[in-house]
Design a protein around this ligand. Structure first.
Ligand SMILES: C[S@@+](CC[C@H](N)C(=O)[O-])C[C@H]1O[C@@H](n2cnc3c(N)ncnc32)[C@H](O)[C@@H]1O
Length: 331
């Protein structure tokens, strides 16, 4: 197989978005236990949801997250530890969830907003029944990333209307996604709702500080997010042979460098000594696109996240970091 494909066991966790109704499976094409094409029909509404290339689709590609779908299909490999040879994603996953392989093995684990699957491949490697959810066709990129893991599934749908039975996952994490939804508070609530009582959740969200919106990226986003996406991507790629070497020097200068990083919207991570110059260049193109193209970018304060969590069934949580906001908890 060239991509991860759903198997019937996924029905243990799936439900129709909004109604929560059970779904009946109709298989049109399969390869052994791998379901490649088919439909899922709701017992409540009779609505049929297609399974395309082994992925149940509760959303189409043409939605506010489409820029991410293009980005992750274009730069699928850039941040994958299995490709770069550096454990950058694994280190983040361990630090931002606190979870180890032996906890996750054989458990239902949700990656809400999986992108190209940089964290999903870490969770899947533990033997978890990993479900990668994404609203964009990044799920097709993630399916390729996870092709070696028979216990991994992908689902195209929204964390705001999760296509899952409530409280069905043992673990759910959501890294770098919530600020990119139109309703960050609801997204926090829904991640908690996906987890069973005594199950664990972890979320990382961009932090908002009093000066955050003065950052150059937020100043130019009103223009860049409205530009035709292929034009913006071409402009960023074409200007990078100049912007990268210039920012590479500028961002390293004492004091001036700090001001330059705040006022020049180029994601050149000069402190990343684990990466080669070529890897940093590619990451710079990817993250500059990631900063300037999303429809929504609404960072939160840790206090806002705390007050949402107080209204959920979560019983304990701790802020591992306040900038960015990284919270780990138990429902
Ligand atoms: C910045 S990327 C992060 C991807 C991945 N978590 C990572 O850190 O590499 C944000 C992802 O959230 C997804 N996303 C945005 N809104 C979503 C929603 N309502 N439900 C599920 N995924 C969503 C986007 O499609 C995109 O792949």
């Amino acid at each position: 197989m060239t991509a991860a494909v759903m198997r019937e066991e996924l029905l243990e966790v799936l439900a129709e978005p909004k109604t929560g109704a059970p779904l009946a499976l109709e298989v049109q094409r399969h390869d052994g236990d791998q379901i490649i094409e088919g439909h899922l029909t709701s017992s409540a509404t009779d609505r049929r949801y297609p399974i395309v290339r082994g992925i149940p689709r509760f959303a189409g590609d043409d939605n506010y997250a489409a820029s991410f779908g293009e980005q992750w299909n274009d730069f699928r490999e850039t941040q994958l530890d299995s490709v770069t040879g550096h454990p950058a994603s694994e280190n983040r996953f361990r630090n931002e969830t606190g979870w180890q392989d032996e906890q996750l093995a054989d458990r239902w684990v949700l990656d809400a907003g999986c992108g190209a699957g940089r964290f999903a491949e870490i969770a899947a490697r533990s033997g978890a029944k990993l479900v990668g959810l994404d609203y964009s066709n990044a799920v097709d990129a993630a399916a390729r990333t996870l092709r070696a893991y028979p216990s991994a599934h992908l689902v195209q749908g929204s964390v705001l209307e999760p296509p899952f039975k409530p409280g069905v996952f043992d673990y759910a994490y959501c890294i770098g996604v919530i600020q990119h939804t139109p309703d960050p508070e609801l997204a926090v609530e829904q991640v908690v709702r996906c987890v069973k009582p005594d199950g664990r959740f972890a979320m990382t969200i961009y932090a908002r500080r009093p000066w955050t919106k003065l950052n150059a990226k937020y100043v130019i986003r009103p223009i860049t997010k409205k530009m035709p996406r292929p034009v913006l991507r071409r402009m960023i790629k074409a200007s990078m042979p100049i912007l990268f070497p210039v920012t590479d020097r500028l961002f390293r200068l004492p004091v001036v460098g700090k001001v330059a990083r705040f006022t020049i919207p180029v994601a050149n991570y000069v402190d990343r000594e684990d990466l080669t110059r070529e890897q940093r260049y590619e990451e710079c193109v990817l993250d500059t696109i990631d900063m300037l193209s999303p429809t929504y970018d609404s960072p939160m304060t840790w206090g806002e996240v705390e007050s949402v969590l107080r209204q959920t069934a979560a019983k304990a949580w701790r802020f591992n970091s306040r900038v960015p906001v990284n919270v780990i908890g138990t429902r």
